[in-house]
Design a protein around this ligand. Structure first.
Ligand code: GCB
Length: 604
């Protein structure tokens, strides 16, 4: 009962603290292949630190909300805002790097844009947001139509019948205030870029359309492919859906159940080429249902764990990776475009990677698709980071929601092999319960991938670092972050690493900070020599771990963090990049590159 009351209060009195989606339609996937009308571009914005446009002086939702996008129609009318005469921001994009006044800003910003639309009968329309950080309330033509909480996953609302023929407007309230109960919580080591950070568009569909599908290769030997396809609309039940894979001359029809879903399985032809980093083969597929068609490009591969090995297509693989934040390659700001993503991933390729850890939250869809084309395996993570509010049911609900949205969007990407449920969470009973629930959720949604989390060692005894986190029992692959020589004593020649589990390990973080171009002795912090030495010692330790199956040093590129305040050396940047914020490679880049060359050539 108490819970009910408190959640109720949240919604009615403190709308900005809602923790889960409201009024949203089921998520539409495969958006790049749909019929869309972009709403990217220039949006008017109003900075509203007191949420005047949302909450009145009695702390109720105001009747003069900025959603109304009012204009004074008579000279005596009081309207204390005006989108039309307010400045503009580019969408997609964070606000911090577009307006110097907003660099450190955390709070509410209102976005508004006009657009012309001509509804057609028999067409449904959805308003889709790639992401909005952190809390978004969306209104169309003056009426609130949906709300979303979580900064890195997509959401959509149906707007069929709510669009006018001709001029329409959308107003979005975006609030990036950090909260103790948020996911992530108040405290995290990256920039809290606010705004409509990813693409916004209208998706047009027929009355009954293909909303989502899941396809995967189950078994190498039998070549069994299975999955499901989900229709949405009045004709969704007991309908026929056709799948074609033209390169196989494959065409098969399936019939949906009363829920509009059809489950299928079939055998792939003997000449099927598997997706792998060396051969990132994608096949075009086409779904047809009634008068809807939907394309995509998909790869087929298997991923499993056997003893200490990670098997990709039945063969043991070593994951030569690097951790990446979703930050633009030159100068920072949120990355959102395939062009930016490509540059980051190209650096990873130069490093010798076959794998990337996309830290610490789901990256934009173009990033995953670009990596898939380039032959880079992916670890994808949700922002369950450090010490979040483990006992708060709203926090768990929101973490599950973000995990669901991530898996829903990306489950057909062959390159994603690992869902990570969190990073450096404390070894407490409450957290174990919370994380177990996330692991179960991930498995229920997708049984075809491995589950991991970035853990930490619990203690060092006789030069041996021990990984014995109880969360390890629920994971397929262990992740571990270590920082000898940076946050703790150096790993000397006798250092060893041990785990209580018989499972493959990915060293998900290790490294040190250096200001690119700053040189000196290898014992002098912030020099490239210091970073090089620490990484060299790390590599020596890594080579002694028999169950090590992957490494992702921290991190590809220097990234902005308000926690990194040391003048001159940091100036607001975490300097653990192998590449500087301006895209210049540090000495340590080449050391890591040599390590990966040696692994790839079988020398190690
Ligand atoms: C960590 C965190 C990462 C930080 C990094 C650091 O362990 O997982 O988010 O940025 O250390 O630089 O301290």
């Amino acid at each position: 009962h108490w819970l009910f009351v408190s959640v109720g209060l949240c919604m009615a009195v403190l709308p900005a603290r809602a923790q889960t989606d409201t009024l949203l339609a089921p998520l539409i996937t495969d958006v790049p292949y749909r019929h869309t009308i972009t709403l990217n571009g220039s949006w008017h914005y109003i900075v509203d630190p007191y949420q005047t446009g949302y909450i009145d002086y009695r702390y109720r939702q105001t009747t003069r909300g900025y959603f109304l996008n009012q204009h004074a129609e008579h000279p005596d009318q009081l309207v204390e805002y005006n989108f039309e005469t307010s400045p503009a921001l580019q969408v997609p994009g964070d606000w911090n790097t577009q307006d110097a006044k907003l660099f450190y800003y955390e709070g509410t910003v209102w976005y508004e844009r006009d657009f012309v639309y001509h509804p057609q009968s028999g067409r449904r329309v959805f308003l889709y947001f790639g992401a909005a950080n952190y809390h978004a309330v969306v209104a169309l033509n003056g009426k609130i139509i949906g709300e979303h909480v979580g900064g890195f996953t997509p959401f959509n609302m149906e707007v069929t019948g709510q669009l006018r023929n001709g001029n329409n407007f959308i107003v979005v309230m975006v609030d990036n205030t950090r909260h103790k109960e948020g996911v992530p919580t108040n405290n995290f080591d990256w920039w809290n870029y606010g705004g409509l950070t990813r693409d916004v568009c209208l998706i047009e569909t027929p009355e009954t359309f293909i909303q989502d599908y899941f396809i995967h290769l189950d078994d190498l030997r039998s070549r069994q492919i299975s999955g499901w396809v989900q229709l949405n609309g009045p004709q969704a039940a007991r309908a026929s859906v056709q799948l074609q894979i033209p390169e196989w001359r494959f065409s098969r029809s399936f019939t949906t159940d009363v829920q509009g879903r059809a489950y299928f399985s079939f055998q792939a032809p003997a000449n099927m080429e598997l997706w792998s980093p060396e051969h990132p083969r994608l096949y075009r597929l086409v779904w047809t249902a009634g008068n809807d068609t939907l394309g995509d490009e998909v790869g087929f591969r298997t991923i499993e764990v056997k003893g200490n090995d990670i098997l990709l297509n039945g063969k043991s693989v070593f994951l030569r990776g690097v951790s990446i934040h979703e930050e633009a390659p030159f100068g920072g700001g949120r990355a959102y475009s395939a062009a930016q993503d490509h540059i980051l991933l190209q650096w990873a390729k130069e490093l010798g990677c076959n794998y990337v850890r996309l830290a610490h939250y789901p990256h934009n869809e173009a990033m995953i698709r670009e990596a898939e084309k380039m032959g880079l395996l992916v670890w994808s993570e949700i922002p369950v980071y450090w010490t979040i509010d483990w006992t708060n049911p709203g926090t768990l609900a929101n973490a599950k929601q973000q995990l669901t949205e991530e898996i829903t969007r990306d489950k057909n990407r062959a390159n994603i092999i690992i869902w990570s449920v969190g990073n450096e969470t404390p070894r407490t009973a409450e957290r174990l319960k919370f994380m177990k629930a996330l692991v179960e959720q991930a498995r229920a949604l997708d049984s075809t991938r491995l589950i991991s989390a970035a853990l930490q060692i619990s203690h060092v005894r006789n030069d041996t670092s021990w990984l014995d986190d109880p969360l390890g029992q629920y994971l397929d692959v262990l992740g571990c972050n270590i920082y000898p020589g940076w946050y703790g004593p150096s790993a000397d020649a006798g250092a060893r690493f041990a785990s209580i589990y018989q499972k493959p390990l990915i060293m998900s973080e290790f490294g040190a900070g250096a200001l690119q171009g700053y040189h000196g002795d290898s014992t002098q912090r912030w020099t490239e020599e210091f970073q090089y030495r620490v990484l060299d010692e790390d590599i020596r330790l890594l080579k002694t771990i028999p169950f090590l199956r992957g490494t992702t040093p921290w991190i590809l590129k220097d990234f902005r963090s308000p926690k990194r305040l040391l003048p001159f050396y940091q100036d607001g940047w975490n300097r653990k990049g192998l590449v500087s914020d301006r895209g210049v490679k540090k000495e340590a880049f080449y050391l890591m590159q040599q390590f990966y060359t040696d692994i790839a050539s079988g020398k190690i």
